[in-house]
Design a binder for this molecule. Structure first.
Ligand code: DC
Length: 240
């Protein structure tokens, strides 16, 4: 991972949203490292609380039970883009949150309003305390979590491109065939976009970047340029 090599912007808050497989995590981590910003993977937090529910015998389809338990796990997220970390009740959760079991259950858990309000509060605290600014990636960051972000980016890509990327990431682990991956992604996006509380959606003031035909390097360059612009605008405002 590169270390800060480009112009350090003023302490900008950047929201990067979009569906699964659009390159959000790879892009967010890389731009944060290039610009010396913190990085927060909010999907990892929803996965962590889901893992805790599964490990503690909570029925993830019972919204009342999930709501009642939602305040119990202690979730701690690191913000170093070179070493993203997530712990639940002092246990390293980075591995277990990526299993198929968690992926299949996370949409149900993250649709529960009590889960969302708890995780949203955590995210706002982390962003407010980031000394050099932060890139926060997720589904509802630009609209709900950080509506005053200095820059909002919404990444999209065709379902085919997203499924191909996700299959590549899973290769050798739990990759099924491409069609199954595509179906699972579409199902998860539909659940995340149609839930009542804070669905996946593009903020009116977000810059949409369609990554279907772009390499990861091109997406990173595009977002770095957008952040540098937002950083310069913020520095100008702060100087006034
Ligand atoms: O980014 P990811 O695939 O690791 O996210 C896992 C799930 O978490 C995703 O299916 C929906 C949920 N999520 C959410 O509801 N809100 C966010 N800000 C981030 C993720």
């Amino acid at each position: 991972m590169e270390t800060a090599a480009r112009t350090a912007p003023a302490a900008v808050i950047v929201a990067i949203d979009g569906p699964a497989g659009t390159g959000k995590s790879s892009t967010s981590k890389a731009v944060a490292a290039k610009l010396g910003l913190g990085y927060l993977d909010t999907g990892a937090q929803y996965r962590a609380i889901t893992w805790w529910m599964l490990s503690n015998g909570i029925d993830v389809n019972d919204a009342t039970a999930v709501a009642e338990a939602s305040g119990k796990p202690a979730i701690v997220s690191g913000t170093d883009p070179a070493a993203p970390a997530i712990a639940v009740d002092d246990l390293d959760a980075a591995g277990p949150i990526r299993t198929q079991e968690v992926t299949s259950a996370v949409s149900a858990v993250s649709a529960v309003p009590e889960v969302r309000s708890r995780i949203t509060a955590l995210q706002r605290t982390i962003a407010a305390e980031a000394p050099n600014g932060i890139v926060v990636e997720g589904r509802d960051i630009g609209i709900t979590v950080l509506p005053d972000a200095d820059l909002k980016v919404f990444l999209t890509a065709s379902a085919e491109a997203r499924a191909a990327r996700r299959s590549g990431e899973l290769k050798g682990k739990e990759a099924g065939d491409l069609t199954a991956t595509r179906e699972a992604l579409i199902k998860r996006d539909a659940a995340d976009s149609s839930r009542k509380t804070s669905p996946l959606a593009k903020a009116d003031d977000a810059v949409e970047v369609d990554t279907t035909e772009l390499t990861l390097e091109q997406v990173i360059e595009c977002v770095v340029t957008l952040i540098e612009g937002a950083g310069a605008a913020k520095a100008g405002r702060d100087a006034r």
